[in-house]
Design a protein around this ligand. Structure first.
Ligand SMILES: Nc1ncnc2c1ncn2[C@@H]1O[C@H](COP(=O)(O)OP(=O)(O)O)[C@@H](O)[C@H]1O
Ligand SMILES: [Mg+2]
Length: 417
């Protein structure tokens, strides 16, 4: 089978790698891809150029399209390609509202009794400001409704922070809500769904802050590991029954069946599980640790999800541990230079996986081309071993200004120490 993967990050490199290496695919094209993708399979089409994606699919007889990022999903790429007869994995624009509109997700959760923080929507900025003035207990969380590339949530420790967030982020026509702050440990649980059945992946944990000990500014994600022991098999079963299944069934009842990856961002405290958000696609960098651990063929699951036959499919994972560490450009998540040569890639042996993100090829060298540059991934029998393995090879790699976190997996590793 021939696949087209849409996107340019580490997630898309991992999806393409997995489809090729487990025998799902004979060819995998990636649009627009990155320096990790062989030039013959790298397609220079922007993620929101649906018409060109369609033309490309026809010209290369693509069998299945897999959409990586949220923007084209929310913009309707699945509807567009499906209507033209192309098989495509991912939710329709309406179903993608679970990520595209945080309020839509809140109302679905409320209606179908899915555990999430109490919230209150504000249609008027002055009402919101009055409400904030009246609050005495902090922290609180203020969330903008639409896609905001990770900048639409304010966790506010004081009234002052809250007012500042509102004044910089909220206009008079911004849909916005306030929700209760939930303490606890976060994890990501992805499920693959065909619209009726949803099968959960093992849990992963991302590391959003730029610096060790979860300090510094927020980023797209500096590393991940799986499985995350905070989600033991009992908790995972509850996430399946109390969150993923009711949402999939609820969406069905609403007449908006959801097929694709439903990603629940959850927070756990003393056995209480709450949903912080949904994403409607593979997580980045969670995918880089989940796909290497998956048993079977990724393409079989994707096709079963498209065909509506997941109920007769088993999803299982290897009894191993994976860690991925993001090597980032100097200055990221602020401004950074690009075009810097990356050294040492040829010294990394085969049992380490390198998923490229912000890279490109320039002749025979790979140079930096983004904030998150490489995802260095190790698999081992224990998390400790995976940790030691990944951090022993990173010093072989370098580019000017490179920085990375030294503590990926620390929550799980501390618990065991
Ligand atoms: N109700 C909440 N209580 C505590 N922290 C929260 C809450 N909602 C969000 N957060 C924090 O803010 C981060 C971003 O919020 P999230 O809803 O995941 O939005 P997005 O990923 O779209 O920015 C979460 O990962 C979590 O750390
Ligand atoms: Mg999030």
């Amino acid at each position: 089978m021939r696949y087209l993967v849409i996107g340019s990050g580490g997630r898309e490199h991992a999806i393409a790698w997995r489809l090729l290496h487990d025998g799902s695919a004979t060819e995998v094209y990636v649009a627009p891809g990155n320096g990790g993708i062989d030039d013959r399979y790298r397609v220079a089409i922007a993620i929101n150029d649906f018409e060109s994606m369609y033309t490309f699919c026809k010209s290369k007889s693509i069998d299945v399209v897999v959409v990586g990022p949220e923007a084209p999903l929310v913009n309707g790429i699945v509807d567009f390609l499906h209507n033209k007869g192309i098989r495509v994995f991912g939710p329709t624009a309406k179903a993608a509202q679970l990520e595209g509109s945080k309020l839509f997700a809140k109302y679905i959760m409320q209606k179908y009794n899915v555990p999430t923080a109490q919230f209150r929507e504000f249609k008027d900025k002055n009402d919101l400001l009055h409400y904030i003035e009246s609050l005495t207990e902090y922290p609180i969380v203020i969330k903008l409704d639409g896609l905001a590339a990770g900048k639409g949530v304010g966790v506010c420790n004081t009234k002052h922070d809250a007012i500042q967030f509102i004044n910089t982020m909220v206009n008079h026509d911004t849909r916005v809500f306030v929700e209760d702050f939930c303490a606890g440990e976060e994890a990501s649980v992805l499920g693959i769904s065909d619209g009726n059945t949803v099968l959960p992946f093992i849990a992963a944990q991302d590391h959003k802050r730029a610096l060790d000990n979860d300090e510094g500014p927020n980023t797209g994600g500096m590393g991940a590991y799986a499985p995350a022991p905070i989600v033991d098999s009992r908790i995972l079963g509850r996430v399946h029954r109390e969150i993923l299944q009711p949402v999939i069934q609820g969406m069905n009842k609403e007449g908006i069946p959801f097929a694709g990856i439903l990603y629940a961002g959850i927070i756990i405290k003393d056995g209480m599980i709450k949903v912080l958000e949904f994403n409607v696609r593979f997580g980045d960098p969670e995918t880089q640790v989940l796909l290497p651990l998956l048993n079977g063929k990724l393409g079989d699951y994707i096709n079963a999800a498209i065909d509506g036959t997941l109920s007769s499919t088993n999803l299982s994972f290897r009894n191993k541990h994976a860690i991925t560490v993001v090597l980032a450009s100097g200055g990221y998540p602020g401004s950074y230079s690009t075009g810097l040569p990356i050294h040492g890639l040829d010294q990394i042996h085969n049992d380490i996986l390198i998923f490229h993100a912000g890279t490109k090829r320039e002749g025979n060298t790979i140079v930096t081309n983004g904030g998150r540059v490489l995802n260095v991934t190790a698999i081992a029998d224990s998390l400790e071993e995976a940790y030691n393995k990944v951090y022993s090879v990173i010093p072989l790699l370098s580019f000017e200004g490179m920085h990375y976190r030294k503590d990926i997996g620390f929550r799980a590793l501390k618990k065991r120490a």
